[in-house]
Design a protein around this ligand. Structure first.
Ligand code: ZN
Length: 150
C-alpha cells in the first residue's frame, strides 16, 4: 500500500476494511444477506418467503431486498465513527467552503495535534495534505497516510 493507492481509494468497503484492520487487527465482518428495508431484519436465504418475517408477524407485508453485502463499521461514510477516530488520533479536520458555487470539502492536513501540558505538538506526516469531499473520507485516509510515514 503506497501513497497513490490510498489517495485513489473511494469511501466504502475497502477503505472501511483497512481502518477496521488497523484498529481491531482482524478482517471486517461482512455478511451477505437479504435485509428488510423497513425494520432491518436480515436473513441469509429466502427459502420460505420473499417477505420480511419480522414485519409479517405484525401483519405488514414487506418485500426483502436483494442479497447484498452488509457490514456495520463504516468510518468512511459515518461521521460519528470517523469523528471518534479523529479525536483518538488528534487529527486536525479543517472544513473549507467555496463561496462562489464550488463544493464544500474537508482537509486533513495530515497533522496530528497532541497536547503535552501547555505545548502543542503538530507533526506533519505529509506536506501535501489531503482533501476530500467529506470529512469522513479525509479522516480515514489521513489515518492510513500517517501509518505510511512512520
Ligand atoms: Zn421487516
Amino acid at each position: 500500500m503506497d501513497l497513490d493507492y490510498i489517495l485513489d481509494l473511494k469511501a466504502g468497503k475497502e477503505l472501511d476494511s483497512l481502518i477496521y484492520k488497523k484498529y481491531y487487527d482482524e478482517d471486517l465482518y461482512i455478511r451477505e444477506v437479504h435485509t428488510c428495508p423497513d425494520c432491518g431484519w436480515e436473513t441469509k436465504d429466502l427459502e420460505t418467503s420473499s417477505r420480511c418475517q419480522a414485519c409479517w408477524a405484525n401483519g405488514d407485508r414487506v418485500t426483502m431486498d436483494e442479497l447484498k453485502e452488509v457490514y456495520d463499521f463504516r468510518p468512511s461514510t459515518n461521521i460519528s465513527i470517523a469523528w471518534n477516530i479523529a479525536k483518538k488520533e488528534g487529527i486536525a479536520v479543517i472544513p473549507q467552503s467555496r463561496e462562489n458555487g464550488g463544493f464544500d470539502w474537508y482537509a486533513c492536513d495530515i497533522e496530528a495535534v497532541k497536547y503535552r501540558g501547555n505545548e502543542i505538538a503538530i507533526s506533519i506526516f505529509n506536506d501535501s495534505g489531503i482533501s476530500c469531499e467529506t470529512a469522513e473520507e479525509a479522516i480515514c485516509k489521513c489515518v492510513l497516510l500517517a501509518d505510511l510515514s512512520q
